[in-house]
Design a protein around this ligand. Sequence first.
Ligand code: MRU
Length: 330
Amino acid sequence: MKIRTENGIKEMRAVWMENDNVVMIDQRYLPNELKIFVARDHSDIHYAIKEMVVRGAPTIGATAAYGVAQAAIKGSDIGEAARHIESARPTAYDLFHAVKCMLSADNGDLLKAAEAYANDVVDKCRSIGEHGAELIDHGARILTHCNAGALATVDHGTALAPIRAAHCKGREVFVFVDETRPRLQGMRLTAWELNNEGIPHAIIADNAAGHFMQRGEVDMVIVGTDRIAANGDIANKIGTYEKAVVARENGIPFYVAAPVTTYDPHTQSGMDIPIEERPPSEVLDMEGASVYPPGSTARNPAFDITPASHITAFITEKGIFTPGKMGNMF
Ligand code: MRU
């Protein structure tokens, strides 16, 4: 991804391997600081995923793949490392898919397998961008939720990939960026990426999305996903479901962009997908300040389920599929 710094433009990925270390952009500090986090063993990898140093399903998967390779290089018990890494977060299927890929790879070549896994994610994202750009007309106004950009996918993005591709082809686009409480992935990360690329956008309060849809200011919604169930329901960042309901109510197409590896054939429906519940402090504390009455508490589900009935189509590296035609993805 292109990153604007005081010293010019840098090209970086969200995560990579350097010597025996897994190195990543520490997403907790963006957009204010570009800090690097170095994971020296599988406990650090577990921490990085759990505490959201890295986040976004495909980046979580690639980080896990590098983590398993690192465990092999360091002579740790690979099975134990894999189990520890897998336990960091429950919802994103890419985490389990990546670990499974690594455990079935040739033991002597795990570093090569991890690099191939990460490169493959990026290649898939580029294809998602090319297919998805076909849906975006000149002048399109697109709403997105959370961050499904380069930070979430090693590079390039899923939901942001078609937008990048359309912008590169010279089409005028405008992006409504939901702020995405409680962790503000939209405001802090998506807006940062769009700024780096020079793509016009406005950050909106999560509560404002319905207003803009109702007023005819949004032409389409594109989001990413953490897991696609066998029946086409999806899990994505909390608040996605509401956006899908309002989009449907207003006749606005609702697209889900993801590599086909996010499809989990073993989970029948969205209601079977485990939903991570994160600490109440993420809701109660805002930028370090407590703004709630003593004695109150909070609930903090990190994801919700959007039913297949509310999804216009999936944008994948293999093309565009309606939920009923998902069998054709393979
Ligand atoms: O909790 P996060 O920030 O990991 O949640 C990320 C999302 O919900 C993304 O939309 C999803 O992982 C798709 S990323 C291409």
